[in-house]
Design a protein around this ligand. Structure first.
Ligand SMILES: [Fe+2]
Length: 198
């Protein structure tokens, strides 16, 4: 969930039903600045602006741009700082807490600099839930046992995976700092269970 938040390559495909530009599949890259808490990530992207998102973005143009000023906080918290040319700011906090080996509890809340009359909370919740559900389909299709120690080279990565590589490195350092190690490969012993809605 955290890596997905900072993966610019998935927007055009996974989110083509909401804001993703399916006609612009070549990803841009976040500029990354590592910090004590994790990292900051910034990028500006063109996005689709279907009628359902006009009040979200504050414009009726068919496309608009969105600047991301995001943060990842070790281990499982993200801040998504979105700003639109209309002047609207849309700040989402997402906390993804593991509750067992294959499931997380996702809590998300957001702040806006407009009013209930400008864009009702129910509409905002519906829109952000649609986006989260698009991610859910992909995230539940991959192995939950992602390799944290990237030194084993269990996976191949591309340039847009760099935020995720930093996360895994920092997570491994955090585990080691607390006398823990990665327990990788358990899915070969315990087949992945069907995800159950919370
Ligand atoms: Fe996503």
């Amino acid at each position: 969930m955290m890596e997905n938040s900072f993966d610019t390559a998935h927007f055009a495909f996974v989110h083509k039903g909401t804001f993703g530009r399916g006609d612009q599949p070549k990803p841009k890259h976040f500029s990354l600045n590592e910090t004590a808490y994790g990292f900051e990530a910034k990028v500006e992207l063109d996005i689709n602006n279907p009628p359902e998102s006009h009040r979200i973005t504050g414009t009726t143009d068919a496309t608009t741009s969105r600047s991301f000023s995001n943060q990842w906080h070790l281990p499982f918290l993200r801040k998504l700082g979105l700003a639109y040319p209309s002047g609207i700011r849309h700040t989402i906090y997402t906390s993804a807490t593991p509750i067992d080996d294959t499931r997380i509890r996702l809590i998300q809340w957001l702040y806006r600099n407009d009013t209930e009359a400008d864009c009702p909370a129910a509409l905002l919740n519906d829109w952000d839930t649609r986006v989260v559900m698009e991610d859910k389909v992909i995230l539940e299709s991959v192995n939950a046992d992602a390799p944290v120690d990237i030194g084993r080279r269990d996976e191949q990565s591309m340039a847009t995976d760099r935020p995720g590589m930093i996360m895994r490195k920092r997570l491994l350092e955090l585990l080691r700092a607390h006398g823990e190690t990665e327990k990788h490969g358990w899915t070969r012993i315990h087949p992945v269970q069907e995800a159950v809605p919370c």
